[in-house]
Design a binder for this molecule. Structure first.
Ligand SMILES: Cc1cc2nc3c(=O)[nH]c(=O)nc-3n(C[C@H](O)[C@H](O)[C@H](O)COP(=O)(O)OP(=O)(O)OC[C@H]3O[C@@H](n4cnc5c(N)ncnc54)[C@H](O)[C@@H]3O)c2cc1C
Ligand code: SF4
Length: 348
């Protein structure tokens, strides 16, 4: 006999309303179970709401997430709790007593849930460790997420058109001295996308990408990168710039082209830093409340027997586990939902 047949209506709590959390919520609801989705912002959608375009198909990410949010809001099995987060958790015999806090009103309420999906996503590292690039000092130096907003403004005709843009990859990532030895996986692709968008908006602009390696492993990714280089004429320079300096209202990027072994200088209006992907600081605290393990960086770790399970009745999906592209976040959301449904059906 499954848990619902024992006379109790089963509810899953999904924490985080980005693509991973929304996909998990929609699929659990499809399975016939109730969902409470908690999102700390005033709108669901996660990072996709902030992106201007997306690899590998140059789609408008707001369209895609907009359709998902519409489905979410229409679904009667799903209750959405915005501007809310988890304040405390107590384990019960078959689940959890979870106290949710509304950060706008300060109000709190406690709900009973029988499974949890953590889907809190990732953020970008604080770039103050890279004083040599001047983020936070020179207004033209932006991190990749800030640059998505700049692209959006440019596309609306706002702001001054750039004559030149430099994008620097692997900032923080693969740098043991800064504590992020891993590859952040998505930044080669989103840097290529951003460089390509600049050329679409301003065909006369010079666009340079400084790279160490180009990692484009995914369906259509290599072709996307080739299109950016060969059809949109973005220049790729192999080398990590040593310094960004102010230069008469513009920015001077100093680097070494390591393929030909000569120093290069490039003057740009905007310098974009592809900062290392990091977990949100509250993810580790949430994981602890639910008894889920985190790795040395604070990303959620999975149970060896399942890639979506991290503790008894606790599952996770998307960027809170590590850097993911949107397709993977969606697949992981669906996988977490399948685990919850199997548990509720008595097969988990
Ligand atoms: C600059 C940049 C460009 C990118 N471009 C692309 C692209 O072109 N194509 C592509 O495939 N991928 C791209 N990505 C990756 C894409 O953004 C991610 O794959 C996707 O957003 C991951 O979804 P997610 O649901 O795991 O996390 P998120 O989208 O980050 O969503 C997590 C949600 O959880 C909420 N949350 C966090 N903590 C709490 C809490 N404690 N309580 C309640 N809610 C909480 C957040 O507010 C957020 O809404 C890009 C990423 C960046 C940084
Ligand atoms: S994905 Fe590319 S830019 Fe990002 S850390 Fe890995 S190699 Fe560097």
């Amino acid at each position: 006999m499954n848990e619902s047949m024992m006379g109790k209506e089963l509810t899953a709590l999904v924490i985080g309303g980005g693509p991973a959390g929304i996909e998990a919520a929609l699929k659990i609801a499809c399975g016939g179970y109730r969902v409470v989705l908690v999102e700390k912002e005033s709108e669901p959608g996660g990072l996709l709401r902030k992106l201007y375009s997306s690899f590998p198909r140059w789609e408008n990410p707001s369209d895609r997430i907009g359709w998902m949010v519409d489905d979410l809001k229409r679904n009667k099995q799903i209750e959405i709790s915005l501007e809310s987060t988890v304040e405390s958790v107590a384990r019960t015999d078959n689940g959890f007593n979870v106290t949710l806090k509304n950060t706008a009103t300060g109000g709190a309420r406690t709900i009973d849930v029988q499974a949890v999906v953590l889907a809190t996503g990732f953020g970008l590292m604080d770039l103050s460790a890279y004083g040599e690039y001047g983020h936070g000092i020179y207004p033209g130096v932006l991190n990749s997420l800030e640059f998505e907003e700049r692209l959006r403004e440019w596309s609306r005709g706002l702001g001054k058109a750039p004559k030149a843009v430099a994008l620097i990859q692997c900032v923080g990532s693969r740098d043991r001295s800064k504590g992020y030895p891993y590859c952040s996986k998505v930044c080669c692709m989103y840097s290529a996308k951003q460089a390509g968008v600049v050329k679409d908006l301003f065909p006369e602009a010079k666009v340079y990408v400084f790279y160490i390696d180009c990692r484009a492993a995914g369906k259509g990714y290599e072709e996307f990168l080739r299109e950016v280089i060969e059809k949109k004429h973005v220049r790729y320079v192999r080398g990590r710039p040593a310094k960004v300096l102010p230069d008469g209202g513009r920015l001077l990027v100093r680097a070494e082209d390591t393929l030909i072994g000569i120093p290069v200088e490039f003057t740009a209006d905007v310098v974009v830093l592809a900062a290392a992907v990091v977990p949100h600081p509250e993810t580790a605290a949430l994981a602890k409340m639910f008894g889920a393990p985190v790795d040395e960086y604070g990303f959620i770790d999975h149970d060896l027997r399942s890639h979506a399970k991290c503790a008894d009745r606790v599952f996770f999906a998307g960027g809170c586990g590590f850097a993911v592209d949107t397709e993977s976040a969606l697949s992981q959301g669906a996988a977490a939902a399948a685990e919850v449904i199997a548990l509720f059906n008595g097969n988990g």
